[in-house]
Design a protein around this ligand. Sequence first.
Ligand code: F6R
Length: 609
Amino acid sequence: MCGIVGYTGGQEASPLLLDGLKKLEYRGYDSAGIAVQNDGVLRMIKASGQIANLVEKTDGGAALPGFTGIGHTRWATHGAPTDTNAHPHMSNDGKFAIVHNGIIENYAALRQELTDRGFVFRSETDTEVIVHLLDMYYRGDLKAAVMHTAARLEGSYALGVLCADQPGKLCAIKMASPLILGVGVGENFFASDVTALVSHTKNVIYLEDGEFAELTPENITVYDCTGKPVSHSVSRVVWDVEAAEKGGYDHFMLKEIMEQPRALKATIEPRIRNGRIVLDDFDDAFRVCFADVRRIVITACGSAYHAGMVGRYLIESLCRVNVEVDVASELRYRDPIIDDQTLLIAVSQSGETADTIAAIKEGKNRGAKVLSIVNVVGSTIAKLSDYVIYTWAGPEIAVATTKGYTTQLAVLDLLSVWMARERGLLTGERYDELVKGILALPERTQRSIDLNPQTGYLAERYRDNTSLFFIGRNMDYAVGLEASLKLKEISYLHSEAYAAGELKHGTIALIEPGRLVVALACLDSLFDKTMSNIKEVKARGAKVMAVAREGSRRIFTEADDALFVPATDPLLTAIPEIVPLQLFAYYVAKANGCEIDKPRNLAKSVTVE
Ligand code: F6R
């Protein structure tokens, strides 16, 4: 989705803005642009397609000299991805340039009003109304113009404003879209994502919704929507620059798959103290809240929803609490049964997914307490929630999530064992066994990587299958859902995941000679049942690649090929089990020459509904 950056300081702004935009590339975009203020004049250059086009058009930034500027990567919503629709947008008199991330819901009415007043629109975007409003309200006082403009806008926005009359000054405004200020020495920044800031400063300010900030090289002043100054403490970002770089790997996705043991360790170890699971600093408060919980609803999108599916098996099995898992974009359209005895668990890597945010709001309106599992500190979802458990995966750059997903699973493992103990449902011995099993997950994950050097070869063998199926039961099924999504999003092969017993109720009609079926069979208790389903598809000519426990010989009585997963407690199998399938998806996409880190049509952080 869109990304924004802004800079004011003693260095040439354009090269810094282009660098910031490159760091935001991973979020998905289709055009980009920058605007710079120089000697009381604003100039901008925009280009559709890759940032490389913009770099070329601006001669690496040399074509736009000046020390204050703004930049944008656009993921088209209103109007095609053309140069004209790309941001920045400029006022008719050239006094203002703006960049915008979000959607202005009342733009049609505003556009009509501004057209009637004589403003000329050049683009088809919702954004352009903002720049004309600023122009209309400006009487030499930027702060007043910003406040008047913000009061007219409905929807979500992170805005960066540049004004020809205000040398060295930038304005940044936030409403329901991510926006972070970077605090430097003799220079200041803003961006929609910390990855664009960390190579310049790790000191940041997280703005609240409705706030806006004026930035000069020496100062940052934050105001609330009434114009009253508000003080903010400066936070320190824990991610380092290397974390957002490829570090010798061909793709971010492969790097992130390989980083999983480390990310899991960082997520798990601080939460186990003296053999006991501790939920960060809210252990006691959450204990009181949890005592009243009668139902749990897990809500999320995409892979995070698949993590929620694993969570349901875990929590129901360990805690004997009724758990529903709901796709966030559907939750509020079905009059859900949520009340003050419901715990809503929201799962999100980015913390900015619009549908998940809407589901949380719906849950809160109905009285639920919200616990979120989030990777990005200070994100909207983290702020909206009563309790937050962060996954310490570090920045995830590849669009297809890997370490984001497995660290979500690790938190769900910790949480469900914590809750089961709280309900008195675990013997001391079983509790210790599960805690030990969770602590071993980073090592099990590494073993999963090491056990499967054949994934590249298998990917070559099966890369031509244009349509395939993943089957499994219980937790194996939940992992199959994620494995199937991973494959389809980066390799563009059609794939579906089915509960193994469900296939014969219709979909088996699609099984024909040569069709690949990936059968997940890591749960000993269900192994024989899944083997029967494997036999059914084999009888119809399918090729079967199984995922089975390390050492399982029986699998080869039916499977053509196999990937292996180290022995783990059955309840904790999902993390090591997904790893060879992530690698399989990666190598199939690579063999087919696909754009792995930035698959077509996808964005990293889906901030529109
Ligand atoms: C798939 C993927 C998406 C996200 C989904 C939710 O690889 O990454 O399906 O899981 O868009 O995103 P977050 O977790 O940021 O809420």
